[in-house]
Design a protein around this ligand. Sequence first.
Ligand code: PEP
Ligand code: MN
Length: 346
Amino acid sequence: MIVILKPNAKREQLDGLLDWLHSKDITVHSSVGANHTILGLVGDTSRLDIDLIAALDIVEDVKRVQEPYKKANRKFHPEPTVVTVGDARIGDGSLTLIAGPCSVESEEQVVAIAKAVKAAGATMLRGGAFKPRTSPYSFQGLGEKGLEFLKAARAETGLPIVTELMDLTQLPHFKDVDVIQIGARNMQNFDLLKAVGRQEKPVLLKRGMSATYEEWLMSAEYIMASGNEQVILCERGIRTFETNTRNTFDISAIPVLRQLTHLPIVADPSHASGRSSLVAPLAMAAVAAGVDGLEIEVHNDPAHALCDGPQSLRPEVFESLAQKLFRLHDCAAELAEDTREEGQAK
Ligand code: PEP
Ligand code: MN
């Protein structure tokens, strides 16, 4: 349930309402906007008398929220959530590029790629140290050593690091990373979601390969309900009947999630396509659809990469794409603004 307060709501009256709600075991999340304060009520609201609340002096409107996700719901929090990581502010209307190798292979490799992607305009470095691989015989990542190499790359470049946590036992090693990635295969590992919800670092939550928007948002809700509201959603393609591409990039996810949630949305055209030649068009489509950022795999020697070489861009290709993406983002933001104004004028 959400309660929209009148702009001039008196503090004492509000405190009275809050005390009453707490006495009914309802948790209240306030969202203070430019014009209105919205109270998001979480708990068993079925026992609350909606008419009684609506009749209060300070209340403008009361609405029941049907969706099972509350904290992630835009109705609870109309303003976009902005997640700050280093120099990047994801969700503030800018375009954040997160780039780097699929897997960390050596210190030299990750430092060289970090320098190149930074020069191209990326403000975060990605790189897997613990890798979820389909085959147990494939390279599984360098583990803790990989995390050390990522930190060396951060020390050299200043780029914050984004890396995947696969298992609860690895969490103590992640104290010093900047953003914890939860991969597609773990999107519904609820114990892992609760654990990253109990710590303070932002979480990049990738969409499970067969997850609906609601399942994905419920996974974000797990993290938020455990105390961590810094969640970034990442569309990375889903499993469909099409086998030509590694996954099917679900472009609709971007505008639909924009309506459903206030959380920042990024897209990963590398895993969505599986082919380097498709990364640029999908990245541009994602920017046109309004993403807050992109996660792109970049490797200095894709032919010899230990993981996901075929979908990795060479640094010089990434650099030229990044320039186009920033130009396109400015243009897309302007057109989106015009479209909003036209919508309001109707
Ligand atoms: C990755 O980003 O390295 C990765 C494994 O992605 P996903 O979980 O989307 O497959
Ligand atoms: Mn990969």
